[in-house]
Structure formats: structure tokens, C-alpha cells
Design a protein around this ligand. Structure first.
Ligand code: 5GP
Length: 220
């Protein structure tokens, strides 16, 4: 492919199921996409593998990566650093792949600044109640971390208007297919087909989720 690939940013509330969607997207369309593996200072969850889920690094190592400008973007999230290594992204874009960055909102905004062509998608569960259940049900975080993540979700929900598309993760199959369609349409110049999924077409739903998240973070 002579065409340069696009950067696709996927953000979403903790518990929205982004990780599962990305794995499914890679499984179904291995030729079209490359999934960037981020560096982080957080501890691995059971089952997470270094170099596959993340590059798990110390704070010192992360700060060296920042100083050497080895990251496209980085941010702090609930007490840890997270960042996107530059070399892989540049290499895959040149090879014509759409490169997926599964990152939080501050990083997403930096990417949009540096790469105005990037497509920004926000993934949510069908309701804040479902998010809460998934976060608690996952059983990998302490109640304090669950609360901090919900409160962060509440803050992040204020920034959804910066994204191009909203993807509701009802089932993994439909959401994965939708993400692929949105990207293909955008890339082939058929973006008007995506109208119903634009953030601007879903403001009422977004406001409902915001309200629900607010009541959760107040402990209601
Ligand atoms: P988790 O700890 O649940 O794996 O990730 C926490 C948050 O950090 C998620 O919102 C995830 O999308 C985000 N994240 C993961 N990697 C990166 C990265 O490289 N850069 C930024 N800015 N955020 C990231």
C-alpha cells in the first residue's frame, strides 16, 4: 500500500471494554490495523504480559523516555504514567497501516494537535450503571481505585465533544464491526455515512451518561 495509514484514537471510560474491542478488531482484521503498545508505570494485572498489553516500566525509565523524546504523547492517569512509543507508530503508518492508540483523553487531545487527520473515537458502555458493574465485576482494582476511576470517568465525560465518533459497546461483535466501518468510510472519503455516530448526533445520550456518572461519583 503506498497510502500512509491513519492514526485512530480510541478512548473511553474505564470499564467500557476498549481492551476487548481492540483485541477483537486485531483478530478480525489483522491486515488493516496495527495496535500500538503503550508504556506504563502501573503494575501488571493478573494475566497481563509485558510487551503485549503494555511495556511495564519504572518511573525512572519512563522519565528517561520523556527526556529522550521517545514518546508521541504521554499523560498521568490515576497516579501512573502512560505513553505511546514513537518508533512503532511511525514505522506502521509508513507501511500504510491504520495505527490504533488506545489512550485517555489528554493524550487524545495531544494527538489531534500533532496529527489533525487522526480519527478520534469515544467508547462507552450502554449506561453508567453497566460501567460500574463491569469495573466492580472485573475484581482487579480495590474499591478506592474503582472510585477514583469513576470520578475520572466523570471528568472525562466533559471532554467527549473533542471526539469525532461515539461507539456504544453493547456487544463486542457489533461494536467491533462499527469501528471498522467508521474507519473505512472515513478513509475512503465517505464520512457522511457515519453521521449517526458523530458525537454531535448523540448529545442527549451523552448528557444522560454524564448525569449518571455524576451521581455515582457522589456515591449515590
Ligand atoms: P488501564 O490502567 O485501565 O490499562 O489504563 C488506564 C487509562 O490509560 C485508559 O484510559 C487507557 O486508555 C489509558 N492509556 C493507556 N495507554 C496510554 C498511553 O499510551 N497514553 C495515554 N495518554 N493514555 C493511555
Amino acid at each position: 500500500m503506498s497510502d500512509k495509514g491513519r492514526l485512530i484514537v480510541i478512548s473511553g471510560f474505564s470499564g467500557a471494554g476498549k481492551g476487548t474491542l481492540m483485541k477483537e478488531l486485531m483478530r478480525q482484521y489483522p491486515e488493516g490495523y496495527a495496535l500500538s503498545v503503550s508504556a506504563t508505570t502501573r503494575q501488571p494485572r493478573p494475566g497481563e504480559q509485558d510487551g503485549v498489553d503494555y511495556f511495564f516500566v519504572s518511573r525512572e525509565k519512563f522519565e528517561t523516555m520523556i527526556a529522550k523524546e521517545e514518546l508521541v504523547e504521554y499523560a498521568q492517569y490515576v497516579g501512573n504514567y502512560y505513553g505511546t512509543p514513537k518508533a512503532y507508530v511511525e514505522q506502521q503508518l509508513s507501511a500504510g497501516k491504520n495505527v490504533i492508540l488506545e489512550i485517555e483523553i489528554q493524550g487524545a487531545l495531544k494527538i489531534k494537535e500533532k496529527f489533525p487527520d487522526a480519527v478520534l473515537m469515544f467508547v462507552t458502555a450502554p449506561s453508567a450503571g453497566v460501567l460500574h458493574e463491569r469495573l466492580v465485576g472485573r475484581g482487579t482494582e480495590t474499591p478506592e481505585v474503582v472510585a477514583a476511576r469513576l470520578s475520572r470517568a466523570c471528568e472525562e465525560s466533559e471532554g467527549i465533544e473533542n471526539y469525532d465518533y461515539l461507539v456504544v459497546n453493547d456487544t463486542v461483535e457489533t461494536a467491533t464491526e462499527l469501528i471498522d466501518h467508521l474507519i473505512c468510510n472515513q478513509r475512503s472519503g465517505d464520512a457522511e455515512r457515519n453521521e449517526a455516530y458523530r458525537v454531535s448526533s448523540n448529545i442527549d445520550f451523552i448528557n444522560e451518561i454524564r448525569q449518571e456518572l455524576k451521581s455515582f461519583s457522589k456515591g449515590e
